[in-house]
Design a protein around this ligand. Structure first.
Ligand code: 5GP
Ligand code: MN
Length: 342
């Protein structure tokens, strides 16, 4: 497998880790499988080196990730702000995984900035903010931050001490960010990595079921409702929008994570290039926007231009500070503006 770190990066990373006794790892708000998986996988490596490691996320992960070994020890800033602030103050190193701008930590960002700790970024989003850290290991061409973490550990000798738990976390991150290896996953080396992870004794089929086949009956009804009642097609069925309100979430006994993945369903329609999901946030007065596309349709550009967000070519997100009816109009305008690319 090819080396991921240049000789300078390798030296700089080893030095950064060596100098730190207390380490905090964090990822973006609303941590997904990759945010959780890469953080837990990297945490295991650092703990094996004898470091004192805390994983702190701005907000909780969805229920379908709670099986991840070690997730029970993750600290959520929203739930335990004083503990999180104390740890951020006392730490020597803050590792920022799976995000490219401190603003994606929201309320937690100020405390990361205030801390005198050195910072390290490991990420696969485009164009990381150069002020985030001295050492930024950025690989937008890679499937997931978890893949980057695996490659780093493999290069610096962390594979030997990796346990089945660490391997499961990394596998989970790679699997979720590629939709079960159905997109962003054509690099043949990904399958070498999977082979290495399997050699640690992970049950990849069970990991798939834990994540993708772990819904409640009401979520199944909710999915049916959204597809039947809420989904609208545009641009000769090459684009679609659906919206989900708080009332609807309540009606279907929504729990965190239930809305995840629904945005991928419209892409099953022949010729569909873009799917837009608009969902009222359950905690803040904003509409969360998720975009998914296929081939060369740039949903990150659309997210930047219309939805105060960004992301990857085929998977992006953002948010709108409007009521739902205005958000729908904005999404319709976005489709109209991009119709030549659809
Ligand atoms: P999701 O639709 O799963 O929430 O997000 C898909 C991808 O879009 C994420 O992996 C991330 O790259 C990007 N993304 C989601 N929300 C935001 C946002 O608010 N701002 C930015 N810059 N990117 C986002
Ligand atoms: Mn990711």
């Amino acid at each position: 497998m090819k080396d991921i770190l240049s000789p300078q990066e390798l030296l700089s990373l080893m030095r950064t880790i060596q100098d730190a006794r207390k380490i905090v790892i964090c990822a973006h708000r609303g941590p997904d499988g990759d945010a959780m998986g890469s953080s837990l996988g990297f945490a295991e490596y650092l703990r094996n080196l004898g470091k004192s490691v805390a994983v702190i996320m701005p907000s909780p992960c969805p229920d379908f990730l709670k099986w991840l070994p070690g997730s029970e020890n993750v600290i959520y800033f929203d739930h335990k702000p004083s503990l999180a602030k104390k740890l951020l103050e006392q730490t020597n190193l803050i590792c920022c995984l799976d995000f490219n701008a401190l603003s994606r930590l929201q309320d937690m960002a100020a405390y990361v900035e205030k801390s005198s700790a050195e910072r390290l970024v490991i990420d696969h989003h485009l164009a990381p903010d150069p002020n985030m850290a001295k050492l930024i290991i950025s690989h937008p061409e890679m499937s997931s931050t978890s893949e980057i973490v695996f490659r780093i550990l493999y290069q610096i000798g962390g594979y030997e001490t990796m346990t089945a738990n660490g391997a499961a976390a990394i596998y989970c991150g790679m699997m979720t960010d590629t939709g079960g290896f159905t997109y962003s996953s054509n690099d043949p080396e990904i399958y070498n990595i999977i082979s290495y992870l399997l050699q640690k004794g992970i049950d990849k089929d069970k990991i798939y079921r834990n994540v993708f086949n772990n819904y409640s009956t009401s979520r199944m009804r909710f999915l049916g409702y959204v597809l039947y009642e809420k989904l609208q097609f545009y641009a000769d069925d090459r684009a679609s929008i659906f919206s989900i309100t708080r009332d609807e979430l309540k009606r279907f006994n929504f729990i965190r994570g239930d809305a995840e993945g629904i945005v991928n369903f419209p892409l099953q329609v022949r010729g569909m290039r873009l799917s837009i999901s608009l969902r009222e946030d359950t905690e803040r007065d904003v509409i969360r926007v998720s975009l998914r596309s296929v081939d060369d349709f740039p949903c990150n550009k659309m997210a930047e231009e219309f939805f105060n967000g960004g992301g990857h070519l085929n998977a992006s997100g953002g948010e709108l500070p409007f009521p739902m009816d205005e958000a729908i109009k904005t999404a319709q305008k976005a489709i109209e503006a991009y119709k030549d690319l659809l």
